[in-house]
Ligand binder design. Sequence first.
Ligand code: LIP
Length: 257
Amino acid sequence: MDLVKRIKCSGLDLKFFLMAENFENYFTHAKQIAKLAGDILLNSYRSFHDSSDQNSKQLAIETKESNDANIVTIIDKQIQDFIIDYIKRTFPRHSFIGEESTENILLGNEPTWIIDPIDGTTNFVHGFPYCCVSIGLVIKRNPSIGVIYNPILGQMYSACEGLGAFLNDERLGKSPKAIAPLSQSIVGLEFGNERTDSVLNPKLETFANFIKAPVRAIRCYGSAAMNLCMIASGALDIYLEAGIHCWDIAAGVVIVR
Ligand code: LIP
């Protein structure tokens, strides 16, 4: 139905149309932000890993909570600043939550951008090519738009409520895979960065149960966002991670759904 006919129909239809138009506009911006942020990620990744001098000072790597398994780099912060600046200029009334600024996390009804500037920072630092920019947009508390861009592999996964999900320009889910029995399943598991017995032991027990089930294989990509993309594209059958944060999954859940 074209715009004019829809407006004539009823107030409700007009509201629906305007909402759909906003969603498309947000979706276009989300992909544009992810592309530009991904360019920053890729340039830094290349200049660090292609150089003969992989001095960690170049990335200003810091540990969080004195945990060597929980790190942040100056590039995470640069990318997050870039994304937040773009959103503030383009949508001044929107809110945002970012991995690198976690004070005052409140989710209200206003559109809220949930950002992980680099999901898979450890991979980024170690040259393991599963790291990405993850941008989710939650509207009225409902995850509505998601973009996950891995510039190293040249893969942009995206989804918008009402429009579907895509890998680059290809629509995902045209022929969904049947659910496989556990014995024929490939399972994504993540250990996370917490190493205390109380957190780690139940995870190890659960992981052991999976491998003994037996499942066909286990994979650890080191990025929740990338795991969810693997689920969306059918490469993984199951993904399990405990202790996840909203910025790890806000975009991915829209793409999977
Ligand atoms: C990672 C998370 C990722 C999760 C991994 C790991 P990094 O931390 O961001 O989403 O799946 O288990 O904890 O490498 O980004 O600091």
